[in-house]
Design a protein around this ligand. Structure first.
Ligand SMILES: NC(=O)c1ccc[n+]([C@@H]2O[C@H](COP(=O)([O-])OP(=O)(O)OC[C@H]3O[C@@H](n4cnc5c(N)ncnc54)[C@H](O)[C@@H]3O)[C@@H](O)[C@H]2O)c1
Length: 300
């Protein structure tokens, strides 16, 4: 019998990549999404059932599930309605915990590296958290709820770092830097980055994120970083994009427009715990991942 998997936020960036892979692996996949931020075309190759639903509201599913992959969330840290971000993200998570209880399903959910704020790098799961946005607060609350359930059920939280890859275009401004810089550079424009390009990010390819979700199913309950462990500066990123694209475009620097108190200047995750507990190790080096992604973008 096929494994029955539910992917929430399955029409979004990460959810659609995950749903398509699960389907290829033979799972019977149901996607739910309220299509508030999604792109319908992300699911054009998907053959399973798609339910249009706000996961923060109660709903009776007609089938049971073995695994729930909860990706749905208001994901833009600068979304203008704080109350909506917090309430929808928390209520959606509560609904998925109840559903997992009813189905006795495993529950894997998306957390974020955003909750480390401007803390020490490389960021470790147990270090002090620095909440810069309501989005980060909602994810930290989810992690705290998960920890309180470890003794009762299987539940794994994945703190994704800076994800990039196919099917992210609909996100607009919050899409990855790699997506945005590529769009500028392919038109011969200089890549625009914040002064002076020394900020670092732990860029991780969405194919690694899908692998981490698969590994999480058999991992012990816990909250784990999903990171490469490599910090890449904005300047280095531009250099790598120039190499892959065979261009010679110098960065155009501009002042960071956000309040510094809400801006995460550096991210770099410590991937050790995920490797020990989940057997997950990032497989994609930045340059190869960008090459793979650009091939996909160029075919579109
Ligand atoms: N992309 C990243 O770099 C990154 C980093 C850290 C964590 N995450 C987390 O990963 C998950 C997926 O993010 P993404 O980058 O694919 O973003 P996304 O915005 O593309 O996907 C989120 C999806 O959830 C849907 N959604 C939002 N609220 C919903 C609700 N109440 N009911 C049903 N559907 C709802 C949206 O329509 C969208 O399709 C999120 O939980 C996000 O917080 C992403």
């Amino acid at each position: 019998m096929a494994i029955k998997s539910l992917v929430t936020g399955g029409a979004g960036f990460i959810g659609s990549n995950l749903a398509l892979t699960l389907e290829k692996l033979g799972h019977e996949v149901v996607v739910v999404d309220n299509f508030q931020f999604a792109d319908q075309t992300n699911l054009k190759e998907f053959k399973g059932k798609v339910i249009s639903l706000d996961v923060s509201t109660p709903y009776s599913f007609s089938s049971s599930f073995d695994i729930i992959f909860h990706q749905a969330a208001i994901t833009d840290p600068r979304y203008p309605n704080d109350e909506e971000t917090f309430n929808k993200n928390i209520e959606g998570f509560k609904q998925m915990i109840s559903l997992a209880d009813r189905c006795e399903a495993k529950l894997v959910y998306a957390s974020t590296a955003g909750l480390y704020g401007n803390g020490l790098v490389p960021m470790k799961e147990q270090q002090e958290k620095q909440i810069l946005t309501i989005y980060g607060r909602s994810k930290l609350k989810m992690d705290e709820m998960a920890v309180s359930l470890f003794s009762k059920r299987h539940i794994v939280g994945l703190r994704y770092f800076n994800v990039f890859g196919p099917r992210e275009a609909h996100k607009g401004r919050p899409a990855s830097m790699i997506y945005h810089l590529y769009q500028q550079m392919k038109d011969g424009k200089r890549p625009r980055i914040f002064n002076w390009g020394e900020q670092i990010r732990d860029f991780i390819y969405v194919k690694d994120i899908v692998t981490a979700n698969l590994k999480a199913v058999d991992a012990p309950s816990g909250v784990y970083n999903v990171a490469t462990g490599v910090g890449t500066s904005f300047n280095q990123l531009v250099k790598t994009l120039n190499e892959v694209m065979n261009t010679k475009l110098d960065p155009e620097y501009f002042e960071m427009p956000y309040d510094a108190k809400t801006y995460q200047a550096n991210t770099q995750g410590d991937p050790t715990l995920a490797e020990q507990k989940m057997g997950f190790k990032s497989e994609w080096k930045l340059k190869e991942a960008i090459e793979d992604y650009l091939q996909w973008l160029q075919k579109k």
